[in-house]
Ligand binder design. Sequence first.
Ligand SMILES: [Zn+2]
Length: 253
Amino acid sequence: MYEHGIWRLHFVCRVSIDDAELPDDGVAGIDLGICNLATISYGDESVLYPGGALKEDEYYFAKKRAETDDSASRKARRLDRKRTDRRTHFLHTLSKDIVSECSKRGVGTIVVGDLGGIREDENGDARNWGKHGNLDLHGWAFDRSTSMLDYKAEECGIAVVTKSERNTSKTCSECGRSDDRQRVQRGLYVCECGLVANADSNGAENIRQKVLPNLACDGGDRDNGWLAQPAVRLFDCSEGRFAPREQVVNREP
Ligand SMILES: [Zn+2]
């Protein structure tokens, strides 16, 4: 093409995108909590990550720390550093496991409940975590683990989106109702429509549905038995990784 006294060469490149390179279209929802640090819903399967190992560590270090006479001593600083290293390792391992489990299941989008909500109840007041609710620990842990999740997911081509957790624990993930006909008892969410679910799995499924077309109210009779029977992945202290509960035998230190 000759233009304004200059020859210009135009190239057109046609690039065909292989199907295999298209992002996976599965969606996983993650509910972050206190007893279960993370609960994942894959839409037909739910997996819990109990926070026990992290909590035991925290108690151990808090106790050791209290035993040191001088909080500025070298020993105290060494303990603090070790505690931070172990937390970081735990959270790295947790987010790595979540991303690899998502990847295995063809997940292209992970929806995480907005952390702003976990420190507030439905009235917007700070939640009372009780004697053992270590707000600092969890605030820290959640912020760290979501940013770790972000970059690990990105490496695998999985998008991470954040959605408000508002009403996700109260709403029935099957019929979409949130009135007085549901109750939570001993960790079970029970709705009059017949749904009996692990309460955290129900929350995670609600978070997952936030990016989906309106599935909850389609009137279909999907099998939702999986919501009542989440799988559990535990931190294996000897291996330093997460594995299905059946395979983990944690010996006392
Ligand atoms: Zn219901």
